[in-house]
Every structure is written in structure tokens, then in C-alpha cells.
Design a protein around this ligand. Structure first.
Ligand code: SF4
Length: 234
């Protein structure tokens, strides 16, 4: 029987092997649902949720993805994605770009012919993301507690098929987002999405502010929360 110490070494070796392999990623979950947000809202979509995030947004609804997960090869991920039979694939997290091999995964998914989107925090450089991927890049408002993490150099990387998403907790967040919209002329680059923090900002209130200010933004609710609430797997 292996001693506790030997098991520790073996587990450590396995972690090192996985970490050094160019083809492995740490995956929290892969599931099939309706896309709840952004431009592809409503499409049946396979979600690939990568483990880990260097941010800690106050209103984060995927804290379970911060740790754990399972090391899987890109081939294995592609096989499970294919088994769901959907045309759309969303790579999300956590912060998927916190794993460098996410770049290779995105390219492989595009090569396989999927409509691929990437949900990213806006805190990590998106320069290496395959140009075929539709990036959904957050801008973190003060209410998130992570406003200083916004990497504004990403704005220059936005393509017309990408989207910028601001999740807003209150009027101060809204005013901040409007100022950044104008400062960076975000709507000239791609669609800009404003969403209320679930349970903190009344959707109708946000809608009225957007209309009153004649903002060139698209408001959105999270479809999966309307359909399934906080149930996992959606
Ligand atoms: S960036 Fe996303 S996953 Fe990370 S803490 Fe913020 S909301 Fe959660």
C-alpha cells in the first residue's frame, strides 16, 4: 500500500505533469443550455467553464469555479462538446484566460467549425485570442470591487463582432459606465451591453435610465436566470 507521503508525492507529480502538458486545461464543468447573455442569447450552446479567476467581484455568481475542477486534454474537451450536438460553444469561467492554454482551445473550437464566444473579465490581455472568436469583454464598475483591474488596452483589440458588457449594481455604477462609454467611444467599436446585478438593481430602473439618456447600448437580462433561477447546470 502506498504511504501517505508517497501518495502526496504521486499526487504532486500528477499535478506537475498536467501543468506541464501543453494540451491540458483545468475544467470546472461542460454543459448544454441556452445562452443567457450577449449577442448569442437564446441559442442552444455548449458551455465550457474553465477553473480559476484572479478577480473577486462582489456579485460573482460562479464562485464555485475558483477552485477544484479536473485536468482534461483539449481532445477530450472537444469530444464532449461534440457529443452535445450544438453549433454554439461558449468558453467561460471563472476567468478562462487565466489559463494560457485557453488560447489553443479557442482556436481548436473555431477550426472544428463552431460559433465560438469567450466570456472574459476584461482584466487579461485578449491580444492572442483567435479573431474568429466573439469576445464578450467585461468592464468592471466600482460596485464589483474590481474597478482597478480593467485593462483598457483591450479596447483597441475589440472587433465589430465582439461585445463589451457592464454589470451594474446602482446609479453610481451606471454613471461610471456611461462616462467610460463616452471616454473610450465603446459603441463605435462594437455592441455595448448593460445588465443589472441580479437582486440589486431593478431592471426597470436601468431601462428607464438608458431610455432617458438615449444611450447607444443594449440592455439585457440573464435569460437562464429567468428560466432556471440559481439552479446549477444552466
Ligand atoms: S471575473 Fe467573473 S468569475 Fe471572476 S470574480 Fe468576477 S464575475 Fe466571478
Amino acid at each position: 500500500m502506498m504511504t501517505v507521503a508517497a501518495r502526496g508525492v504521486a499526487a504532486g507529480d500528477a499535478a506537475i505533469d498536467a501543468a506541464q502538458s501543453p494540451e491540458r486545461l483545468r475544467i470546472t464543468e461542460i454543459f448544454h443550455s441556452l445562452q443567457g447573455e450577449a449577442d448569442a442569447v437564446g441559442w442552444p450552446t455548449v458551455f465550457v467553464r474553465l477553473t480559476g479567476c484572479p478577480l473577486r467581484c462582489t456579485w460573482c455568481d460562479t464562485t464555485y469555479s475558483f477552485q477544484g475542477g479536473e485536468w482534461r486534454t483539449i481532445d477530450d474537451v472537444l469530444e464532449e462538446v461534440a457529443a452535445h450536438g450544438a453549433r454554439h460553444v461558449c468558453v467561460t469561467g471563472g476567468e478562462p484566460l487565466s489559463q494560457k492554454r485557453c488560447i489553443a482551445l479557442l482556436a481548436r473550437l473555431c477550426d472544428a467549425g463552431y460559433e465560438v464566444s469567450l466570456e472574459t473579465s476584461g482584466a487579461i490581455d485578449v491580444a492572442e485570442v483567435d479573431l474568429r472568436v466573439r469576445k464578450v469583454v467585461d468592464i468592471k464598475a466600482p460596485g464589483s470591487g474590481e474597478v482597478e483591474r480593467n485593462l483598457w488596452s483591450n479596447v483597441a483589440r475589440l472587433l465589430p463582432h465582439d461585445q463589451v458588457k457592464a454589470v451594474l449594481a446602482d446609479r453610481a455604477d451606471y454613471d461610471w459606465a456611461v462616462a467610460r462609454l463616452r471616454e473610450h467611444a465603446l459603441d463605435a467599436r462594437c455592441q455595448v451591453l448593460f445588465s443589472p446585478v441580479h437582486g440589486k438593481l431593478a431592471p426597470r430602473q436601468l431601462a428607464e435610465w438608458i431610455l432617458a439618456d438615449r444611450l447607444p447600448v443594449r440592455m439585457q437580462m440573464q435569460l437562464h436566470k429567468l428560466l432556471w433561477g440559481e439552479e446549477p447546470g444552466h
